[in-house]
Design a protein around this ligand. Structure first.
Ligand code: ADP
Ligand code: MG
Length: 322
């Protein structure tokens, strides 16, 4: 049984809507790498959307496009109903405060020459007109993520991995975001520390109503934290639904294969694991991108790209046979 995740106020209206997002990289040899190739998703206020899929399927690129760490090639991104592409610089800057990013490796993203207090206070200085962040505000942020006020004077290397991720979270919280893109935020941490950081993120969501796009390849972690889950394969979302639907009644052959290859499932069903390598986003298969690894593939799958269809309330699947 899944532990119920409490609902948050205003969960019905979408905070973030993404429509037809594409990110194509033009490589030096003239080839085009389709990292993200038509992703649509939405995240309600205060909710968590888990984004799963094998390494290289475009999860991080999707997250980076959302917070404009990289510019999308195509598609619309709406925050609170407003299209980011239609905003002027001042509005975009204001919107950027509302969306933050937490990296997998907090060490790589924290400046080693800055104290923890400077690191967490930096967004406040950048966005707050240059004044010194108030000490009280910093103390509050540190206490929110379970760090002692003395920690403000320390440098990143003096912290453990889990504490460094807490610093990354405090920094992301500083501007009171509505959405945080968490890109594999616990996969670099010891298993014993992972749960603490996940529970911290969930507590902060309850208290502050923050929405998360939670990117991870660890299905157990995603199951624990997500209200809804989207499954990505080669730049597209092949299935999305409530946590209960995705884990309880997965309908896409890829979702089923992913579930079956998770460590907890493997003990029970050793036979069914994903066959072969994920194809290159430089030359994705025609039609359904999953067909080259799919046990159900037929001639039609090479010709026709399956569009997402609603197969149950709130559950969409892009497969001709689901
Ligand atoms: P994931 O996070 O799911 O592992 P990524 O979004 O990091 O996947 O990568 C998706 C694809 O895009 C991969 O094939 C990756 O090599 C490619 N890619 C990512 N960033 C760049 C870049 N800056 N230039 C070219 N290709 C990139
Ligand atoms: Mg990634």
């Amino acid at each position: 049984m899944d532990t119920p995740i409490p609902d948050t106020p205003n969960a019905a209206s979408p905070l973030l809507q993404v429509i037809g997002l594409k990110k194509h990289y033009a490589l030096e040899d003239g080839k085009v790498l389709r990292a993200v190739d038509g992703v649509s998703l939405s995240v309600p206020r205060g909710h968590t959307l888990g984004l799963v899929g094998e390494s290289g399927c475009g999860k991080s690129t999707t997250g980076k496009c959302l917070v404009r760490l990289t510019d999308p090639t195509e598609g619309r991104i709406l925050l609170e109903g407003r299209d980011l592409a239609e905003m002027d610089r001042r509005e975009l800057r204001a919107m950027r405060r509302r969306m933050q990013f937490i990296f997998q490796d907090p060490y790589a993203s924290l400046n080693p020459r800055m104290t923890a207090g400077e690191i967490v206070g930096e967004p406040l200085r950048n966005f707050g007109g240059g004044g010194r962040p108030r000490q009280q505000e910093l103390a509050w942020l540190f206490s929110k993520v379970g760090l002692r006020p003395e920690a403000m004077r320390k440098y990143p290397h003096e912290f453990s991995g889990g504490q460094r991720q807490r610093l990354g979270i405090a920094r992301a919280l500083a501007l009171r975001p509505r959405l945080i893109v968490c890109d594999e935020p616990v996969s670099a941490l010891d298993v014993s520390v992972q749960a603490q950081v996940i529970n911290l993120l969930m507590d902060l969501q309850q208290e502050m109503g923050i929405a998360y796009l939670f990117v991870a390849h660890d299905l157990a972690v995603v199951r624990h934290i997500s209200h809804r889950v989207a499954v990505m394969y080669l730049g597209r979302i092949v299935e999305s639904g409530s946590r209960e639907a995705i884990f309880g009644r997965p309908a896409h052959p890829y979702t089923r294969a992913l579930m079956a290859s998770a460590p907890s499932a493997r003990e029970r069903r050793p036979a069914q694991v994903l066959q072969g390598e994920i194809p290159s986003p430089l030359s994705p298969p025609s039609g359904c991108a999953f067909r080259t690894r799919c046990p159900r593939a037929e001639a039609r799958c090479a010709r026709e790209t399956p569009l997402p269809r609603t197969i149950a309330p709130g559950q969409q699947v892009a497969c001709h046979f689901a």
